[in-house]
Ligand binder design. Structure first.
Ligand code: BEZ
Ligand code: FE
Length: 295
């Protein structure tokens, strides 16, 4: 039985996981052990700091509920979510880029017809959206499923709007034969990520902004193409450069057009000035299925 020292303990722990049956799990566990040990060595972590770290992670777990995932939020603000996403979805430059899904997607959203008002009558600046879904050659992708969801003008998603029991500002739509889809809603606003838990504590300790720039979430799925989970941000938002979850990409920043009253798009009329956003989404072809593994 060797006496373990700070020089030999890493190799000793690595030897205990090396024979893990699942080779990928073995690889991940070994890398985890190496990096955590290096982290402790590099920072010269004290017992008190280690105990504070353990207490922090314990509180992060305790903050999780069926409707709140503090660990994913921690991953978001540490850039891990977007890093995993970037490695898993290497898109060509012309394809629509991914962004964070976030905690507000719901699959009990209404299926609404093209051109529907998805705001359920909530107050706000009228916001019209005209989208086009195409492939790399510019050919329309018909019958694509489009999920959209966004916040209201106070930065609340429907689940947080007082007195609202039905889904609002979210819908599942489909593209028509020309790859087009349209909806009406209200202008989304910037809002803070949930900051009353351990993640908020860390954001304050590091002096970081908790404000996400205003945005519209979309998830697009069509047979023969890779799914894309993305977000569009308006060009004039003051928080674009400091998104706490690192979801902003230049290609996802789009200009909102201001329009006067009475001239609504696609045959509609409004008695208030409104905003129109047009955007084309380019889908990446589905990856070929992996061939049989050679032994
Ligand atoms: C959101 O945009 O809905 C979101 C994303 C990550 C963390 C919190 C909120
Ligand atoms: Fe959001």
């Amino acid at each position: 039985m060797p006496d373990l020292t700070d020089d030999t303990i890493t190799a000793a722990v690595l030897s205990t996981v090396r024979d893990t049956k699942d080779p990928r799990l073995a690889e991940i566990l070994q890398a985890l052990v190496r990096h955590v040990h290096d982290f402790v060595r590099e920072t010269g972590l004290t017992e008190e700091e280690w105990a504070r770290g353990v207490a922090y992670l314990t509180r992060t777990g305790q903050a999780c509920t069926p409707t709140r995932q503090e660990f994913i939020l921690l991953s978001d603000v540490l850039g891990v979510t977007m890093l995993v996403d970037a490695l898993g979805h290497r898109r060509s430059a012309e394809a629509t880029q991914n962004s964070v899904l976030g905690p507000f997607f719901r699959d009990d959203r209404p299926h609404l017809p093209d051109g529907a008002d998805i705001s359920q009558g909530l107050p706000g600046t009228p916001f019209f959206f005209e989208g086009l879904v195409a492939d790399h050659q510019g050919a329309p992708v018909k019958d694509a499923q489009i999920d959209v969801w966004h916040s209201d003008s106070d930065g609340h998603y429907d689940v947080d709007v007082p007195g609202l029991s039905e889904p609002a500002m979210r819908a599942l739509l489909r593209t028509d034969d020309q790859g087009g889809f349209r909806f009406r809603s209200i202008r989304p606003s910037s809002y803070p990520i949930p900051d009353d838990g351990p993640v908020g504590e860390m954001m304050r300790a590091t002096g970081r902004s908790v404000m996400r720039p205003a945005h519209l979430h979309l998830r697009i799925a069509a047979p023969g193409f890779q799914h894309v989970t993305t977000t569009l941000f308006p060009t004039d938002d003051p928080y674009l450069d400091h998104d706490p979850v690192f979801g902003v990409k230049r290609s996802l920043v789009a200009a909102y057009q201001d329009h006067p009253a009475d001239t609504g798009p696609y045959g509609t009329t409004t008695d208030e000035p409104y905003i129109l956003l047009r955007h084309t989404f380019v889908l990446e072809p589905a990856r070929p299925a992996p061939g049989p593994r050679r032994i």
